[in-house]
Design a protein around this ligand. Structure first.
Ligand SMILES: Cc1ncc(COP(=O)(O)O)c(C=O)c1O
Length: 405
């Protein structure tokens, strides 16, 4: 057989463990088994239905044909770029460089393409969202990691490990690209506490004396935070670093979770404080070459949203409601784990938590035979609070204790 592919770096999409586990959970459920499926990555209500924010759907239905049908500008609608940025940094008055992207994934992909050369490595926290690896490999890059909160020496951020890894990468490649999924990290559900965050930013700022440093905040879950004030404080710190101008601070912004518009593929890559005049044209040309332009409808929706104070208030209320639901689920899980004599995990926000257990691979398999599905990571077991009802926490914890015995 003629081999037409020039390379075959990865498995098939269907080999993805989450995909496989989800499919198995659904098959066994359809066959009548009592299944607890905590592998889901989208927010489900307690009836197991996908949550779709009411105010977002109302705005979607109001979109007129000229807000949906025409091509969007290649770099994206400037009002959308400003609007989506203001949802994260309300104080930003103009986006110095930015493009619309197909979801946050598209934004991440543009950063590896534009800020590193093939063969180089980006730096992120461990554990990380699995597709980071695929996105990096797609452009011939590697993923290097430093430990996230509690995964290195001590309970906080292991700054020494970050310093060592970041310095090594800077020495090897004369540049650094850091992806930081903070606040509300997937898969741990933790956010960097202020002192850890400021230490890390100080380190990046010092490294910027040696070569270009880009800090890309992967902002996927922060609307579902336990404490919105802490998110605000974090974003102010990141903004201050960006405004200082030494580190290039940007964000990959996604409408998937924030507006529950997963399938609309809306998102953006923005560098609000960018000083380099070459960045905007480079990003625009990448868009042209990769996907020409992005869907118009989600961009129009964000523009409408930002012009409608009442809709913004309703959105904030809906985010609060679902954040409370997630917090209730996290608390129920923690209580149930403690009742079974196991340690709970702190949850600051987002859709997931990751349980650190010894021999977690074996525990994962034993849970699976009991009809309880979680995602095994190298560092622990990811539990999707987004799909695990508080009422199911006691059963989950019981099954886990038995699986650990
Ligand atoms: C950590 C993280 N970053 C980015 C994304 C990007 O999502 P999307 O491409 O749907 O915007 C996700 C989605 O699950 C995620 O979990």
């Amino acid at each position: 057989m003629a081999r037409h592919l020039v390379h075959f770096r990865r498995g098939l999409p269907g080999d993805d463990p989450i995909f496989l586990l989800n499919a198995e959970a659904q098959r066994r459920k359809a066959a009548g088994e009592d299944i607890l499926n905590a592998t889901v990555g989208a927010l489900l209500d307690d009836g197991g239905r996908l949550v779709v924010l009411d105010v977002v759907m109302e705005l979607w239905r109001e979109l007129g044909e000229m807000e949906v049908a025409p091509y969007a500008p290649i770099a994206g609608d400037p009002a959308f770029l400003r609007g989506i940025t203001n949802l994260h940094w309300p104080q930003v008055e103009g986006v110095a460089a930015g493009v619309a992207t197909p979801g946050g994934s598209g934004a991440l992909a543009l950063t590896v393409r534009n800020f590193l050369e093939p063969g180089m490595a980006l730096l992120t926290a461990r554990p990380f969202w699995g597709p980071y690896q695929t996105i990096a490999e797609e452009d011939g890059l590697r993923v290097e990691t430093a430990p996230w909160l509690g995964y290195g020496e001590g309970p906080g951020l292991d700054l020494d490990a970050w310093e060592e890894k970041a310095r090594a990468l800077m020495s090897q490649q004369d540049r650094l690209l850091v992806w930081l999924n903070d606040p509300c990290h997937n898969p741990t559900g933790r956010s960097l506490p202020g002192p850890d965050r400021r230490n890390l930013l100080g380190l990046l700022s010092r490294l910027a004396d040696r070569g270009p440093v880009t800090l890309l905040l992967d902002s996927a879950y922060q609307d579902y935070a336990s404490d919105p004030a802490a998110v605000h404080e974090a974003m102010s710190d990141y903004a201050a670093l960006g405004a200082e101008g030494k580190v290039q601070v940007g964000a990959s912004l996604s409408l998937s979770k924030s507006l529950t518009l997963y399938g609309s593929r809306g998102g953006a890559l923005v560098f609000p404080w960018c000083k380099d005049p070459e960045v905007q044209p480079a990003l625009t040309m990448s868009c042209r070459g990769l996907f020409s332009n992005c869907p118009r409808a989600p961009q129009s929706l964000v523009v409408r949203l930002l012009q409608d104070g009442r809709a913004l208030e309703r959105l904030a209320l809906e985010h609060r409601h679902w954040s409370e639901v997630l917090r209730g689920r996290a608390q129920a899980l923690e209580t149930a784990l403690r009742t079974e004599g196991m340690a709970g995990e702190v949850w600051d926000g987002g859709f997931f938590t990751t349980l650190r257990l010894t021999e977690h691979r074996e525990v994962f398999e034993r849970l699976r035979t009991r009809g309880v599905f979680v995602v095994p990571l190298p560092e622990g077991l990811r539990v999707g609070l987004c799909g695990l009802r508080a009422a199911d926490a006691p059963r989950f914890a019981r099954a886990l204790r038995e699986a650990c015995a």
